[in-house]
Design a protein around this ligand. Sequence first.
Ligand SMILES: C[C@H](O)[C@H](O)[C@H]1CNC2=NC(N)=NC(=O)C2=N1
Length: 116
Amino acid sequence: MTTPSQLQPVDWSRLPRRHAISAADAAQRLVRHPGWAIEGEGAGTALAKTYHFANYFQTLAFVNALAWIAHQQDHHPSLQVDYGRCTVRWNTHDAGGLSDTDFDCAQRTDTLVSTL
Ligand SMILES: C[C@H](O)[C@H](O)[C@H]1CNC2=NC(N)=NC(=O)C2=N1
C-alpha cells in the first residue's frame, strides 16, 4: 500500500522567488483572471474568488484537491469553507502582499475546478 510518506518529495528549491507586485500591476493582471477580485490592502491584500458546489462533500473534495496544489507550490491559501461554497484567498505573506505566485495559484485553482 502507498502511504503519504512514500510519495516523492516536492523539490521546493525549484520554485521561483516571490516578490511583491504593485497595486497597479496587480490590477492590470486581474483582467486575465475572470471571477477573481483583489481584497484588502497592504500586507493583507489578497486575490479572492468564491466557488460554488452542490453539497458539503463536493466542497471538501475541492479543498482536498487544492491542498495538493498548495503543497506542491509551497503556497497556502486562506480558505473559508461553507456547505456549498469555498472562498479561496491567495496572498504572499513572505512578500507582504500579492506576488506572481498568487496569480499563478489562482490560475491553477481555476484549472483544478474545470477538471472536477
Ligand atoms: C517557508 C515557507 O516556504 C514559506 O513560509 C511559504 C509557505 N507558504 C506560504 N503561503 C502563503 N500564502 N504565503 C507565503 O508567503 C508562504 N510562504
